[in-house]
Design a protein around this ligand. Structure first.
Ligand code: SF4
Ligand code: SF4
Length: 232
């Protein structure tokens, strides 16, 4: 299963903390910050778990990129680059992430952004480009999925239709396992897996991967209906 991805946005983020820019190849990027929605987090016990998950993943990606740059590699991913959002066909999405994206689209996107999503979500069919991609921008960038955060490519921008994971694996960032496991473990309490040893066993066995769905195979029309009821 593919465990990666990355990306871009021009739309203003609706989180309450300024998004860090995409890391730049010039080594001038700043460390990631945790997204923060204090009111929503106080009302939704699952939300801090998901935001902690994304923060740990972002920290791992930051460190992984830093190590590669130290070896004179250049990050190819940059704002506006989105071939991967169209060419990848097996992006895993975990149950908590689906709840998160429903919440974000319904509660956090503004009316204009909501309207842009309705038709792509409603008409999305298996194998289509990611329905959250709009004119080369990720409409849910702040809450993009773990796989999207993890997928980073070095040195050469992907060509149209290329999935670098298969065409040149050596150019694709390998997430640092400790960060990746810790990020996944943050989601486990949502599944009532709470104890340290329980969580460790679940990570070791890959339990959580068995509950992931493929982004391109999810019926997104239900989300379109929910958004349409508000903004349509
Ligand atoms: S370089 Fe490849 S993986 Fe990176 S943003 Fe561009 S298309 Fe996506
Ligand atoms: S959610 Fe979709 S558009 Fe956004 S980064 Fe992931 S694949 Fe790309």
């Amino acid at each position: 299963m593919l465990i990666s991805h990355n990306r871009h946005m021009d739309f203003k983020p609706v989180c309450e903390i300024k998004m860090n820019p995409h890391p730049s190849p010039q080594n001038s990027y700043s460390a990631p910050e945790r997204l923060s929605f204090p009111f929503d987090e106080s009302k939704n016990a699952w939300l801090p778990m998901l935001l902690d998950t994304y923060f740990l993943a972002d920290q791992g990606v930051f460190e992984g990129i830093r190590r590669q740059i130290a070896k004179n590699r250049t990050l190819a991913c940059d704002k506006g680059c989105s071939h991967c959002c169209r060419s990848h066909t097996t992006i895993p999405v975990y149950p908590l992430e689906i709840i998160g994206v429903y919440w974000y689209c319904i509660d956090k996107l503004d009316r204009e952004q909501k309207k842009l999503l309705i038709e792509p979500l409603r008409s999305h069919a298996k194998g289509d480009a990611c329905p959250f991609l709009y004119q080369g921008n990720c409409l849910i960038h702040s809450m993009r999925f773990l796989a999207c955060r993890h997928f980073n490519v070095f040195d050469t921008v992907c060509s149209e239709g290329e999935d670098a994971f298969y065409t040149r694996r050596a150019d694709v960032l390998t997430p640092i396992k400790k960060y990746q496991d810790d990020a996944l473990a943050k989601m486990l309490p949502f599944h009532d897996i709470k104890g340290k040893s329980q969580r460790r066993a679940a990570i070791k066995s890959g339990w959580i991967h068995q509950h992931a769905q493929v982004l391109q195979e999810i019926d997104w029309s239900k989300l379109a209906d929910r958004i349409s009821a508000i903004a349509g």
